[in-house]
Design a binder for this molecule. Structure first.
Ligand SMILES: NC(=O)c1ccc[n+]([C@@H]2O[C@H](COP(=O)([O-])OP(=O)(O)OC[C@H]3O[C@@H](n4cnc5c(N)ncnc54)[C@H](O)[C@@H]3O)[C@@H](O)[C@H]2O)c1
Length: 420
């Protein structure tokens, strides 16, 4: 009997770990990506995803994995899993261009009996309407009758050493009960625990709820932080105390904003979809106002700190520490460091950045000077702003820095340290 062939469409932060796991459990795995750089890199044994070491790619290649830009490779597959980006366009609206394109590609090579799974995040109805219609039109086949269609939202947490694809429960849903059965059989081979959903729309909504929950709660703690500053209350102590409650409270931290491909993006998918149905999420609009105001709050606080030092933002040397969107990852997508840097530059500050994980950083297309020696950089700056709590920033070194420090992460304390 021939071995089962699985194709992953889109080999990024989500698709590559999935392909690695599929290859590990013994599926013949093919990766299709429109980026020639991604394809060439993987076939040469180079990973572009932090959580997937080069050694893993080498092991995949030795087990027969191949990346390709040839959509014809999809024709011989038993299962196709779509993991393409679903971000926002220039106007901040949901951008389903990649998902539609992937649908056309997969549909054009679909054979009867294939299982197609969507993992990309999108609004409810994407799988059973938008994707299904594209697949059916391109292939002339019918979902549920001729091929199987499923949705399983990715929950990957880049940089998290404890929760991986394998040990994070995986929601699985199907267009029909038979589709669900096939999708469940696939994921039972890949992950420790499969959670069955009533339908694809419930699974799509569950994913949006998870990230919207995070978004709204981050907005709440940021608003609490603003209030505490006004009222002369130490918000970091408040958070420490509240965080000791063992039930009914989930801890979130204030900061310069939210970033990444999910938390700032997914609530917009929910919002737009709800609006199309005449429904308004009151909390989302309020949360967006609070979160989008955080970068300017950081800059206002920076000005206050410098004024205490007898300086103005204009002409001051300001060092940004950590510009990626989360600790210890290289991903800068939607990072609040971009608006913070742009506002600082607009105020006339001379801004540089230090981030060992981010080789280049160019807010609004204007490259910023990168500092590579932390001690030297702190010695030259008049103000350092800790934007991202990378492990490479020891609290003690920051507390003893020869410049003023604005700590947006509540990591450190000291005579010249100001917390957000
Ligand atoms: N990154 C995360 O932490 C995370 C977590 C959970 C869910 N998600 C969701 O997973 C999906 C993928 O996100 P990601 O972070 O892996 O994106 P990514 O940008 O890291 O990777 C996407 C890959 O898809 C490729 N691609 C784009 N269009 C394509 C097409 N038409 N055909 C084939 N390949 C194509 C790109 O070249 C890229 O290599 C998104 O919907 C995202 O919301 C991401």
């Amino acid at each position: 009997m021939s071995r089962e062939v699985l194709a992953v469409v889109g080999l990024g932060y989500v698709g590559l770990p999935l392909a690695a796991r599929a290859s590990e459990v013994g599926l013949v795995t093919v990766g299709f990506d429109v980026s020639a750089t991604v394809v060439a890199g993987l076939n040469a044994g180079r990973s572009h995803v932090g959580d997937v070491p080069d050694a893993t790619v080498a092991a995949m290649l030795s087990r027969g994995f191949a990346a390709t830009g040839d959509p014809g490779a999809l024709a011989g597959c038993d299962t196709v899993v779509i993991c393409v980006p679903t971000g926002l366009d220039g106007a901040g609206e949901p951008d389903l261009t990649a998902l539609r394109a992937a649908g056309h590609t997969v549909g054009g090579h679909l054979r009867p009996g294939t299982l197609v799974v969507l993992e990309s995040t999108s609004h409810p109805g994407t799988t059973d309407t938008l994707l299904r219609e594209i697949l059916e039109k391109e292939s002339g086949l019918r979902a549920g009758d001729d091929f199987h269609l499923a949705y399983s939202p990715e929950r990957i947490d880049p940089g998290n050493p404890h929760y991986t694809l394998r040990n994070t429960p995986k929601i699985v849903s199907g267009y029909t009960p038979l589709c669900l059965k096939h999708a469940t059989a696939l994921y039972q081979r890949l992950v420790d625990r499969v959670v069955l959903s009533a339908g694809t729309r419930e699974a799509e909504m569950a994913k949006l709820l998870e990230n919207t929950h995070r978004y709204v709660n981050i907005a709440l703690v940021n608003e609490v932080a603003r209030y505490c500053e006004r009222a002369g209350i130490d918000v970091w102590d408040v958070l420490h105390c509240a965080g000791t409650k063992p039930f009914g409270y989930t801890a979130f931290q204030p900061g310069p904003g939210v970033g990444g491909h999910c938390v700032p993006v997914d609530p917009r998918y929910l919002d737009v979809h709800a609006a199309e149905q005449g429904f308004t999420f009151e909390l989302l609009a309020a949360a967006r106002r609070v979160i989008s105001g955080m970068p300017s709050r950081v800059v206002e606080r920076a000005a206050v700190v410098l004024r205490r030092e007898g300086r103005e933002l204009a002409g001051s040397r300001v060092l940004l520490l950590g510009v990626s969107y989360k600790p210890d990852v290289a991903d800068v997508r939607e990072s609040p460091a971009f608006p913070v840097a742009t506002l600082l530059r607009a105020a006339g500050a001379e801004v540089t950045y230090h981030d060992p994980l981010v080789p280049a950083f160019a807010p609004e297309g204007v490259p910023m000077t990168r500092e590579t020696d932390l001690t030297d950089a702190l010695g030259r700056a008049e103000l350092a702003i800790l934007l991202q709590d990378h492990a490479c920033y020891p609290a003690r070194q920051l507390a003893q820095a020869p410049c003023a420090l604005l700590d947006t992460r509540g990591k450190t304390a000291g005579a010249r340290v100001t917390l957000l």
